[in-house]
Design a protein around this ligand. Structure first.
Ligand code: ADP
Ligand code: ASP
Ligand code: MG
Length: 419
């Protein structure tokens, strides 16, 4: 017997028919003798719909009230899955974020889980009851509902798995594993049987939305065994226990396997960033700090940063990227401080995409970045910004060229599946 946490994403939960299929998969895991807890997302498209309502109500919305609205999608699906399981003769009970409780900090709309009280949950699982937990939501120290940021149900699942010391956390989604790039963009993408935590962390953080970044860092920290696999299966599909999906593993586990290590593990695209440029910023100590300090205080993550060399007038242009969802707030904040910072114009562009190549092989091989620049140049794709880390190179390009860029890079690094 094992203790398994299963998570089902939005596409898997979209409508009664699909919820019945999910219930069937859950029931089979229980019948295999496991103790199970299930974490669910809102139905596909529902969170977007709710976010739009918030924007229409108030463009500069209060994140605490936004959380009240967007957390509702998962409440619906958790109740529906519990009902469906009961209709199939299973014992099932939903556990909302405040009931467990899943305690978070008070950073509304991007809260971090601090603690999960798992006592009652463990007792109910041990009694053969299937626990159904809405993902994405938690409870702030002030007793208000919080959400964990888009895609946060993955993190809920890993956190529950860590709290109940699960043997495995199975993340069921609409693809059957982690691929070398988004298989919906590149038909020749290859499925990876194993990916290391570190590579998955980097892939997620640069836009492979198959797993939320925080879920991967939490899994790495807590040593949770995570598998990504498909929920679009029938009874004849191999059981989850045979590991048909992609396992996220440690470096040592990968070294010990017979999988050949490639220079590049994967390529990711992120269209959710926006570029901001401040022109003619005074070139003096403290100028850059006066731009980024207020953004940091407002919890706005700045990613790529470029500061041009000052021209003769002692002025310089500063360009950086922020998440599109924070763009309106960032612009309002900078405009307010225009005099204090001393810039001339504020320009923004949200039609950009960040393309990243990731692989631990980069540590020991030169030339990854130059291959990237040359491949894009050959297609006349212009690079607007560059950033690098030890195992990643990212470039910012026009969003309209995303698919072309990912496809040509996938081929250039030899990642295409054999025809
Ligand atoms: P869920 O609703 O189940 O959480 P998501 O839409 O958040 O599902 O994540 C699954 C999607 O992630 C896939 O449909 C796929 O388009 C996308 N994706 C992006 N990069 C990758 C990748 N490298 N491997 C697999 N899927 C990827
Ligand atoms: N429903 C939330 C979202 O769409 C959380 C999730 O699906 O993981 O972002
Ligand atoms: Mg997701």
């Amino acid at each position: 017997m094992a203790r398994i946490v299963m998570k089902f994403g939005g596409t898997s939960m979209a409508g009664s028919e699909r919820i019945r299929r999910v219930a069937g998969i859950v029931k089979r895991q229980q019948e295999a003798g496991h103790e199970v807890a299930v974490v669910v997302s809102a139905m596909a498209g529902e969170t977007d719909r709710l976010v739009n309502f918030c924007r229409e109500a108030n463009a500069l919305y209060d994140p605490a009230e936004y959380d009240v609205v967007v957390a509702s999608g998962e409440q619906v699906t958790s109740g529906l899955l519990a009902l469906t399981l009961q209709a199939m003769g299973c014992k099932a009970r939903s556990w909302l974020g405040w009931q467990m409780p899943i305690k978070t900090d008070d950073a509304h709309a991007k809260a971090r889980i601090e603690d999960i009280d798992s006592g009652a949950l463990l007792a109910s699982m041990a009694a053969g009851e299937i626990a159904v937990i809405p993902g994405f939501q938690g409870l702030s120290p002030q007793g208000r509902v919080t959400t964990l940021g888009r895609g946060g149900s993955d993190t809920s699942a890993v956190a529950v798995a860590a709290a109940v010391k699960a043997d495995r956390c199975d993340i069921y989604t609409d693809v059957d594993g982690v691929y070398t790039t988004d298989p919906r963009i590149v038909a020749k993408a290859r499925k990876l049987p194993l990916v290391t935590y570190e590579e998955m962390l980097e892939l997620a953080s640069v836009g492979s939305k198959v797993l939320q970044t925080r879920s991967v860092s939490l899994a790495m920290k807590e040593g949770v065994r995570v598998q990504v696999l498909s929920s679009f299966i029938d009874e004849t599909a191999p059981a989850a226990d045979t590991l048909p999906g992609t396992m996220i593993v440690s470096d040592e586990e990968l070294e010990g396997s017979d999988m050949e290590r490639q220079l590049i593990t994967g390529i990711a695209a992120d269209k959710n960033e926006a570029k901001v440029t401040l022109t003619r910023v005074p070139d003096r100590p403290g100028a850059v700090a006066s731009i980024f300090a207020p953004l940091a205080e407002a919890n706005i993550n700045v990613d790529m940063i470029i500061q041009n060399v000052a021209k003769d007038k002692g002025e310089t242009d500063v360009t950086f990227t922020v998440p599109q969802s924070d763009l309106a707030r960032a612009l309002a904040m900078l405009e307010e401080r225009k005099e204090a910072i001393g810039f001339y114009r504020l320009i923004s562009n949200d039609n950009v995409a960040k393309i990243s190549v990731v692989g631990v092989g980069m540590r020991s091989h030169a030339g990854v970045a130059s291959t990237m620049f040359k491949t894009l140049a050959d297609r006349a794709i212009n690079i607007q910004a560059i950033s690098t880390s030890e195992i990643k190179v990212s470039v910012l390009i026009d969003a309209d060229e995303t698919e072309l860029a990912v496809r040509v890079l996938h081929t250039a690094y030899g990642l295409d599946a054999a025809a």
